[in-house]
Structures are given as structure tokens and as C-alpha cells.
Design a protein around this ligand. Sequence first.
Ligand SMILES: CC(C)(COP(=O)(O)OP(=O)(O)OC[C@H]1O[C@@H](n2cnc3c(N)ncnc32)[C@H](O)[C@@H]1O)[C@@H](O)C(=O)NCCC(=O)NCCS
Ligand SMILES: Nc1ncnc2c1ncn2[C@@H]1O[C@H](COP(=O)(O)OP(=O)(O)OP(=O)(O)O)[C@@H](O)[C@H]1O
Length: 208
Amino acid sequence: MWGLTGGIATGKSTVSHWLSLAGLKIIDADVIARQVVAPGTPGLQQICATFGENFRRADGSLDRKKLGQLVFSRPEELRRLEAITTPLIQAEIQRQLALYRTQNATGIVIDAPTFYEVGYLVDLVDHVMVVATSAAIQRQRLMARNGLSEAAAQARMDQQWPIAKKVALADVVIDNAGTIAQTRQQVVEWLDTTNLGSSAAVLAEELD
Ligand SMILES: CC(C)(COP(=O)(O)OP(=O)(O)OC[C@H]1O[C@@H](n2cnc3c(N)ncnc32)[C@H](O)[C@@H]1O)[C@@H](O)C(=O)NCCC(=O)NCCS
Ligand SMILES: Nc1ncnc2c1ncn2[C@@H]1O[C@H](COP(=O)(O)OP(=O)(O)OP(=O)(O)O)[C@@H](O)[C@H]1O
């Protein structure tokens, strides 16, 4: 079993998409983090009880933008949010893992941005892949993708371990500082050495 991580906006989702195309089974912590706070869930109820009803939008969904603006600029608020979300995310990851085990599945990947930071995930996997860029490229891509100022992007990066610390612990590092095609080539080469999935579908996909 593998862990897949990186820093915010270093290209984890880009790589995990290719691993999925190759046939690996992805347990995506970002997707789960959304499911556990979907409208009507106890998770959303707890968030609104803690942070206020003004974080619930008119359609009943969580105002993610507003909550992000609060927690990514105030670490103590992020800790309060994580106290609600982390146990819910952990339980769902364990549930999905148990299901895969009953199927004797192989090629399972746990994809989580805070893979190292949360602590409990490291013991579940045999190896970890880290998708990395320099901090400068990471900041630029985050600013462009989320429409953030340099200071706001840096504040989000500061809520995670520096990417260099994750690279130092990784079993495999995918360097995503270059072009998408260069990154895909590294993923293809890795797939071809592991037998966990087939690189054919990955290579067949048109790149933008
Ligand atoms: C604050 C929230 C509502 C902002 O939502 P938004 O839709 O704007 O961002 P999204 O969830 O897509 O996350 C974007 C990126 O932010 C970073 N991030 C998210 N949560 C955290 C966190 N607790 N610590 C550090 N970085 C984080 C990750 O790199 C993630 O990929 C949301 O990120 C959240 O609920 N976070 C707490 C849950 C959590 O810890 N998620 C991480 C998955 S293990
Ligand atoms: N090699 C690349 N060249 C240019 N842009 C890239 C490259 N790789 C990814 N991007 C872009 O950078 C942004 C971040 O990539 P991606 O969403 O895959 O990162 P992520 O690590 O999953 O982020 P998060 O932790 O926030 O979910 C996206 O807008 C993506 O299109």
C-alpha cells in the first residue's frame, strides 16, 4: 500500500488522476473531507455549532471559501476545525480500507495533502510518494489556481510542513517543477517498475 502526498498545489491531484487511470485504487482524503461535511451531516452540524451558522450557505452547504479564509489565516482556528474533521476523515479512510481488504485488493493509494502532518496515516502504508516543486513554483501555482495574493498563498503553505521535509522522508519523489509531460513521464516510468498498474492508458491520454 502506498501513500501519496505533496504540498498544497504541488500537483498531487494531477498525479493521482494518472494513478487512477493506471488502475490503482485511490482513497482521496480531500474528497472524503468534503463528504463528511456535506449538507445534513453531523460534521457540518458540528462546524456550524463551533464556528457559527453564518458558515452555512442558503442551500444548506458549507461556505468553504469563508471557512478557508478564517482557518488558513488563524492556525488556532484550523486546529479547532481539524478537531472536528480529522476523526471523521480517519474513520472513512479506515472504512474504505477495510472494504478493499475484504476484496483482497492490491494497488491501493491513500492520497492526502496532510499525510505526514496528521500522523496516523504513515503506519498504514508501506511506501510514500511525494509530488514536489520548489516553494516558489508552488506559491505561483497556488496564487494562479485559487486567485490568492502572495501573502494569502504563503499563509496556506505555512499551515503544512515545508515540501523539503516531505521530500526527505519520501520513498519516491515526483518532480513537478517542469512541464506536465515531464511529470507524466516520471509517473509512467514508476508504473513500469512497480507492476501495480498499467501505464498504457496514462500515455494514451491527450495532454492540454
Ligand atoms: C478549510 C476548508 C473548508 C477549505 O476548503 P476549500 O474547498 O477552499 O479547499 P480544499 O478542501 O479543496 O483544500 C485545498 C487544499 O488546502 C490544503 N488543506 C486543507 N486542509 C488542510 C489542513 N487541515 N492543513 C493544512 N492544509 C490543508 C490541502 O493542500 C488541500 O488540498 C477545507 O480545506 C477543510 O475542511 N479542511 C479541513 C479538513 C482537512 O484537514 N482536510 C485535509 C484532508 S486530510
Ligand atoms: N507541471 C505543471 N505545470 C504547470 N501547471 C501545473 C503543473 N502541475 C500542476 N499544475 C497546476 O497547478 C495547480 C495545482 O495542481 P494540483 O491541483 O494537481 O495540485 P494539488 O497538489 O492536488 O493541490 P491541493 O493540495 O490544493 O489539492 C493546478 O492548477 C494545476 O493545473
